[in-house]
Design a protein around this ligand. Sequence first.
Ligand code: ZN
Ligand code: ZN
Length: 480
Amino acid sequence: MKPGTIYPSALQQKVLSQETPGGVSVALSIVIPSVIRPSKPFEVRIAVLDDNGYPSLECNSGVEVALPEQAAIHITFRQGIPAVGCLKGIQLSNEGVFRLSASSDRLQAHSNPTLCTSENVPGIYWGDPHVHTILSNCHADKCRSLNFCFTAARHLTALDWVAAADHVSNGRCDFSKWKEQRTVANLYDDPPGFVTLPAYEASLKGGSGGDNNVYMSRFPDMFIDEYEDGTIKTLCSKLAGKLQPDEFFAVPHHTTRTGKHGEISDEIYPGPDAMPVIEIHSKWGTSEYRGNPNPLKKIHDGPSYATNLLDRGMKLGFIAGTDSHATMPSGDGDEPNHIDRLPGLTAVRCNELTRQSVFEAIRHRQCYAASLERIVMHGSIAGHAFGEELQFADLTTPPRIDVLVAAKSDIARIELVRNGKTIRTVTPHSWNTRLTYEDKEDLSKLKIKSHHLNSFIYYYVRVTCESGAQAWSSPVWIHD
Ligand SMILES: [Zn+2]
Ligand SMILES: [Zn+2]
């Protein structure tokens, strides 16, 4: 395939420019896939952005992309048209971890890193599972249309998949809005180029599960809302009347929010199949552990952090999203003032990009969470991929942690967390590194006894970049 330039269609450009008439160019965005194969073509996605992250309409120049051992390639933008485009048919021949760099007359940027490998490893597909549109009837002055949500996710922020998770509770949805949400999401689902994941936000009261999103492999005829007197468990059991048990799951988010907290008692816990992951970060803040550096503004007093739930034996992988109320998938946007932390995004590991494969990857915790940057985390603990579990009886040697980490900016810290406590920290101060470590502690003394997972320990890896970007691998559990 020869390299070529592709721009969004006239209609897609109109959707972007009508809903976000971007101003002066202040930043350059260059996005590449996180996993590529030697000598196989891939796409380089370029955008010139204004100070809210919207595509500039003022750009009237070219952008040059430097490639290893090849001539640079160019894309040009014209004033009055959103500065968004794609270079197709690009290839790298050598294996390794690479970043590309882009420059225009005034701006420079690195791409996210890519792992170029011929090994049989799954792809990493990035998405934002939590975007609100005008259908949410929440901050309607800021929110934009479903058309904008899907067009921006695909063409502006260059995501592989997105979920418009609009509110239904408090009378915010009815059958007519649901039909619109279903129809437009299905219209924009276009594998293997781009996937829309069926979703909606089902709020519950504090103590009943708090704010949850429901993700589905297909849309049912109507949503289930349990806001007034249900719990996360009754929500899931009623969904099981509409869909098969393997066709939906619920995900609690900003679990440390005052009032709407996600303390989940044993009585209302719907189990690991119906609740396989937790949204650990969004623009509201991080709910990883008490004392984390990016907390929500008003924090619930009780044990509602992700680590509190993990410590009770709940098998929860990690995802992150924006919870954007400016309909800005994985980007900055002109959000309402209280939603001002770094944008979250979710990496899923699977072999192909389809609605079913994205859904199944999250359902099986083959996913990880990140903020701001598409951080590559590729590794295992005790020979098991992140998100998996094994038994102590299967452990013949001390658990070995081996993870390759690469980011757009320099990595300040990689931390290995065991049972909620950091047990190993490395400070590479480079953008591409590897952590290996053997945990020789007497694990029998560290086992947590639980109602849900016998006696167990868990590990995960937290990455923090100098830009403030973070990533959290899903845990690996070892249990009796
Ligand atoms: Zn809202
Ligand atoms: Zn939300």
